[in-house]
Write a protein that binds this ligand. Structure first.
Ligand code: HEM
Length: 199
């Protein structure tokens, strides 16, 4: 029986609530575009991260296997938040006239590539695309997501001379990407077969 997407909605709402609590209540920052953008962007990283974690996690922690089917829902919610982030960046960049360092420019370039990959993944995340590309090609395309999530980590690391390395939000975002890579690496090393995805 197919599970509804309720767990993905609940967990995603929780992630957004926790980042909102952190910025607007714990740190008492003003509710403006800059901090709304931060909530949206960090939530996107964590929710996309959860989407990537569910597959490998199911191989090692048995009870999580029943949530493997939530990968797509988490992925689409995370992608929607990433789109909101890209839209919110426009007024932010227009408002300020920042001195773009080389690091900032590189950060934006890798972010743009990551965003293009996520867009392709989201657009092709249907049964129809899986059939027309052939399952193996389609799976390889979905796997480019690992490159995208690493690029997101580089995007965050390069921003403002690495300031997010010293902030809890940045550490959480980087931590989740490293966890995704660790579990994926463990799957490869231990030769765990990948599960056939049904959309
Ligand atoms: C074309 C694509 C993208 C562009 C142009 C872009 C641009 C930016 C810019 C300019 C900032 C700095 C904002 C500030 O200083 O207030 C930023 C921050 C950030 N971006 Fe992106 N980004 C893109 C894609 C992504 C994607 C796909 C993700 C994650 C899924 C992401 C996650 C983040 C995070 C977590 C931050 C730090 C939030 C903060 O500034 O407090 N970005 N991005």
């Amino acid at each position: 029986m197919l599970m509804s997407n309720k767990p993905a909605y609940i967990v995603s709402a929780l992630v957004v609530a926790i980042f909102s609590w952190y910025y607007f209540i714990s740190r008492a920052f003003p509710v403006n575009v800059q901090y709304l953008n931060a909530v949206v962007a960090f939530s996107a990283v964590v929710i996309i991260g959860i989407s990537f974690l569910l597959g490998p996690l199911a191989k090692f922690v048995k009870f999580t296997a029943k949530y493997e089917g939530q990968r797509k829902a988490f992925g689409i919610i995370g992608y929607a938040l990433a789109c909101a982030h890209v839209l919110l960046i426009v007024p932010l960049l227009l408002q300020s006239s920042p001195q773009l360092t080389l690091g900032d420019a590189a950060s934006l370039a890798v972010a743009a590539v990551a965003f293009m990959i996520f867009t392709l993944m989201a657009l092709t995340s249907t049964q129809k695309w899986a059939q027309s590309l052939g399952y193996d090609n389609w799976k390889s395309l979905q796997r480019t997501g690992y490159i995208a999530i690493v690029l997101v980590m580089v995007h965050v690391l390069l921003l403002q001379k690495g300031v997010f390395l010293t902030r809890i939000t940045g550490q959480v975002a980087i931590g989740i990407v490293l966890l995704v890579l660790l579990l994926r690496g463990l799957c490869l090393v231990t030769g765990k077969p990948s599960t056939k995805i049904t959309l």
